[in-house]
Design a protein. Structure first.
Length: 89
């Protein structure tokens, strides 16, 4: 269980940093982090880190297609967590 918590902490910190870097690159009109990479990391447990970066850096908050896809990822993760918690009962 501790390893899983450390993994989630790690993936969220890394994704937060990557999203901040992407925002910095966007301001400089330089090469960006692909959205696929951000979504894949969010899907593997980094959603809180990406959400925090989006709110703190105002990153991708005006891009509707990104928000819709990210909301879908969060909905899927929420459904998985609920199913897991119900299964354990």
């Amino acid at each position: 269980m501790e390893i899983l918590l450390l993994y989630f902490l790690f993936i969220n910190i890394v994704l937060f940093i990557i999203a901040g870097y992407d925002k910095s690159q966007a301001r400089k009109n330089k090469r960006r982090i692909p959205e696929k990479t951000l979504f894949l990391m969010a899907l593997t447990g980094g959603s809180p880190g990406l959400l925090t970066a989006m709110l703190l850096f105002k990153h991708k908050t005006s891009k509707t297609s990104f928000i819709v896809k990210f909301a879908l990822i969060i909905a899927i993760q929420t459904a998985i967590i609920i199913a897991f918690l119900n299964y354990k009962k």
